[in-house]
Write a protein that binds this ligand. Structure first.
Ligand code: S3P
Length: 448
């Protein structure tokens, strides 16, 4: 089992006047998909702006283990020589996906309709997470899975020799499950159809079309019906990975709660399936504006300008917005602590099966810092204390979860007493430059 080495305790301290520009790294979701689709195309895909975080590097290793040739130039340009749909080689060794649910679930999907066997593992966090949500639909294609009890990793997938196309309604709002089914459908004959009731991030659909697959989405009363024609020859692409809105969330939220702040976060993708946090913050009264709005690579993009917002108000976040901001609830709960009144977050059961149980992890740490949090199975509320009134002063457990670690470090920038975390090492999975980027903006974040 992989790990993150020695824990890295960190702390954050009252700061003022965050300023300057925050250069956010590439989007994690798009980075994983660029490597996987590049590995399934015939010829050389070139990628710039790839997120070089541990999660994505683990996916690159996995694609190499399955036969793709992947190189990186000194300037950070990546080249992927793909093996073609159905061309994966059987890996010699166990595939270690580290902390990455996206990595393991997408790769399982991508190999499940090839006649190879692969065994997957991850770190202590990933090995607790449910995989049946992916292996159930993969079984319909003819793949077999044997894992630990509860459908947990380590797990072996025996790919289908004669895969069948599938029609599958995704029972949970999950882009990972949707994408695993679509990737499996690539090597099945005929049409694979995925139905999702709630729209989740649509990068797989957009990128599959970009790589030349025939894929169509129909929006109906029952949800989105996505139809993919199997066994295409994917054509290599030149991809410029946009910057990650989920990482941009941290400096943006830091600026909103830190007195005297005014920062610019350039070039952030505002794909509606990802941008729910920014809409929510604006509804709370955040001084957050979209500058220089434009389209890049078919995606809406803007420079985000975030300024200190002393008059934030708690709101009820509409449950149908959950999928578009699912990774941002931890940092939203931090902002909510500085708002006046209660912020209600409902329809968010999925938060309990992320890198950690994110409701439990945030509720425990926020309470230790003097904030009232109420919770149920699929909801939680944070009662804000208003600017200047959040006590802080606790050490919060991060449970091998990068977003929990970063959220508590943002909290400590505006609490009365510093906030510590037991381990900041997992931050490297998604946002390796978080610490230097935040300190350059003027945040006081320390090791130890
Ligand atoms: C992701 C989908 C989401 C998200 C994760 C990335 C993706 O997970 O939480 O960080 O790239 O498809 P779910 O599909 O489990 O909601």
């Amino acid at each position: 089992m992989s790990g993150h080495g020695t824990p890295t305790p960190m702390s954050s301290h009252a700061s003022t006047g965050l300023s300057g520009e925050a250069a956010i790294p590439g989007d994690k979701s798009i980075s994983h998909r660029s490597l996987i689709l590049g590995a399934l195309a015939v010829g050389e895909t070139t990628i710039t702006g790839l997120l070089e975080g541990e999660d994505v590097l683990d996916t690159a290793k996995a694609m190499r283990a399955m036969g793709a040739e992947i190189t990186r130039d000194d300037d950070g340009t990546w080249h992927v020589h793909g093996v073609g749909t159905g061309g994966f080689a059987e890996p010699d060794q166990v595939i270690d996906c580290g902390n990455s649910g996206t990595g393991v679930r997408l790769i399982m999907g991508a190999m499940a309709t090839s006649p190879i066997t692969a065994t997957f593992t991850g770190d202590a966090s990933l090995n607790k997470r449910p995989m049946a949500r992916v292996t159930d639909p993969l079984a319909l294609f003819g793949a077999q899975a044997v894992g630990r009890s509860g459908g947990r990793l380590p797990m072996t997938i025996v790919g289908a020799r004669d895969p069948l196309p599938v029609r599958y309604e995704v029972p949970v709002p999950s882009a990972q499950v949707k994408s695993a089914v679509l990737l499996a459908g690539l090597n099945a004959p005929g049409e694979t159809v995925v139905i999702e009731r709630e729209a989740t991030r649509d990068h797989s659909e957009r990128m599959l079309a970009g790589f030349g697959a025939t894929i169509a989405t129909e929006v109906t009363n029952e949800g989105r019906i996505i139809t993919l024609q199997g066994q295409p020859e994917l054509k290599p692409q030149t991809i410029a990975v946009p910057r990650d809105p989920s990482s941009a969330a941290f400096p943006v939220c830091a600026a909103l709660i830190t007195e005297g702040s005014d920062i610019l976060v350039p070039n952030i993708g505002l794909n509606p399936t990802r941008a729910g946090l920014f809409t929510t913050l604006r509804e709370m009264g955040a001084d957050l504006t979209y500058e220089n709005q434009r389209e890049e690579g078919g995606e809406p993009v803007a420079d985000l300008r975030a300024r200190f917002s002393p008059n934030l108000k708690g709101i009820s976040v509409p449950p149908d917005r959950a999928a578009s901001m699912i990774d941002e609830y931890p940092v939203l709960s931090v902002v909510a602590a500085f708002a006046e009144g209660k912020t209600e977050m409902r329809g968010v059961k999925e938060l309990r099966v992320k890198e950690s149980d994110r409701i439990d992890a945030m509720a425990t740490g926020l309470r230790a810092c003097g904030v009232t949090v109420d919770e149920g199975e699929d909801w939680w509320t944070v009662t804000g204390l208003g600017h200047g009134n959040v006590p802080g002063g606790a050490t919060c457990e991060t449970h091998l979860d990068h977003r929990i670690a970063m959220s508590f470090l943002i909290l400590g920038l505006a609490t009365r007493k510093p906030v510590s975390i037991d381990d900041g090492a997992p931050i490297a999975t998604s946002f390796p430059v978080f610490e230097p980027l935040m300190t350059t903006l003027g945040a006081t974040i320390r090791r130890g």
